[in-house]
Design a protein. Sequence first.
Length: 202
Amino acid sequence: MSVGDTSDFLFCFMLCLREYIFFFFFKQKTAYEIYQCDWSSDVCSSDLRRVILLIVGVLVALLTAMTGVVAFGAWQHWTVARQHQIANEYSARLLNAAGMLAVERGLTYIALERPRPITAAERRRLDKTRIETDRAWEQALAVRTRTLRSLNRANDAIGPLDAKLGKFRQAADRALARPKGERSPGIATHWFSFVTGIIDEI
């Protein structure tokens, strides 16, 4: 039951309670008129005390129920806010990983298009970029365990990409160690298209 439905229920309950109290007093008044009971008598005082205790008990129960509704609504708002926070953090981590992967894509593509093998300085720069890419990827996957169910589809999509990326890196490394004439035809274009597909899925 939602908060709105609970509030409607309490409103209807209060209306019914008002009608019940009105009918009860009317009924009691008619009975006292018939039996010509004196309000100062012990019997009438006892009945009146029971009515007052009944009303107080109902009001306390109603107040408790309304407090529960307010608390439940606050908890729901907190849960939604927390879920949004986790989703935003997850998206930010994925965007960071995608950005680092785009940098690696560009460096690798440029090196594959050069006629000579990769130099030591270029190799160090590429390795450093890969380390940063992997770190950003691991941070995104670490947040994944705290994501919403609505993000499960995205989680399933990016799950196996890490292994695929590792295989393409190995193929690119083998090609980078050779002159361009000894590399597989179209490997630079293939690498660029593959990594672009990963970024699009992220």
